[in-house]
Design a binder for this molecule. Structure first.
Ligand code: NHR
Ligand code: GAR
Length: 216
């Protein structure tokens, strides 16, 4: 057990329900850490209101005000470093990050992606699962590596897909699971139970299978 609390920075672009779940889990001591800063790349993101309500320092770094991706990423890294985090959590963050950015924080960066990776990397995952008539869908927490949604999976949760589901129905069902599994995995990283090594995820020193912990 790691006794000292880890410092967590959350990156968001939108609603912030996953950020809220992580903030709540820290407050309940279900996560051995505290959220020291929330950064949004979108000024109107509801997640900024969530941070304000929880007295968490927040800032907006609007990617549209930068000439290129590298200068946005450099400014983002400055804002992150000022908070001296141990862990950086992408929670509905919608900008692809450069290789240099990912390399700087390798092993400290987690993302939650709304599909059963390696299925459906990228965007529009719920509609793609419906269009393909999948009977199940879900979400994956993974370490972020330079390859988009390609980093090793730590934990997944599955949901059924029903015949008359819209993408919004499915997104809501997936979110319920995300709010359960993301705080759990963030706590594992805070307690140094999971680690990234050689592009693989490890749990208590054991390499995890492709679909993460507790997968069959
Ligand atoms: N960056 C790296 N290097 N690796 C990953 O695994 C990343 C990442 C950045 C974000 C989240 C990811 C998701 O969970 C994520 C994982 C944005 C896009 C995207 O296409 C794709 C995947 C993810 C996030 N973004 C567009 C872009 O041009 C903008 C789309 C928009 O603004 O709506 O950056 O799904
Ligand atoms: C979540 O379902 C997350 O998996 C997904 O967006 C939602 C954000 O919800 N992430 C992506 O699509 C990343 N490209 P939230 O803002 O309420 O946490």
């Amino acid at each position: 057990m790691v006794s000292s609390q880890k410092r967590i920075v959350i990156l968001v672009s939108g609603n912030g329900s996953n950020a809220q779940a992580i903030i709540d889990a820290c407050a309940k001591k279900a996560i051995n850490g505290s959220v020291v800063k929330l950064i949004s790349n979108v000024q109107s993101a509801h997640a900024l209101t969530i941070a304000a309500k929880s007295n968490i320092p927040s800032t907006c770094i609007d990617h549209k005000t930068f000439q290129d991706r590298d200068s946005f990423d450099m400014s983002l890294a400055q804002a992150i470093d000022a908070a001296q985090p141990d862990i950086i959590v992408l929670a509905g963050f919608m900008r692809i990050l450069s290789h240099a950015f990912v390399a700087k924080y390798l092993g400290k960066l987690l993302n939650i992606h709304p599909s059963l990776l390696p299925k459906y990397t990228g965007l529009g995952t719920h509609q793609r699962a419906i269009d393909n008539e999948d009977s199940e869908h879900g979400t994956s927490v993974h370490f972020v590596t330079p390859e988009l949604d390609g980093g090793p999976v730590v934990l997944q949760a599955k949901v059924p897909v029903f015949e008359d589901d819209t993408a919004d129905d499915l997104a809501l069902r997936v979110l319920v699971q995300e709010h359960k599994i993301y705080p759990l995995v963030v706590n594992w990283l805070c307690n140094e139970r999971i680690a990234l090594s050689n592009k693989k995820a490890f749990f208590d020193g054991q390499e995890l299978p492709e679909c993460g912990y507790a997968s069959d």
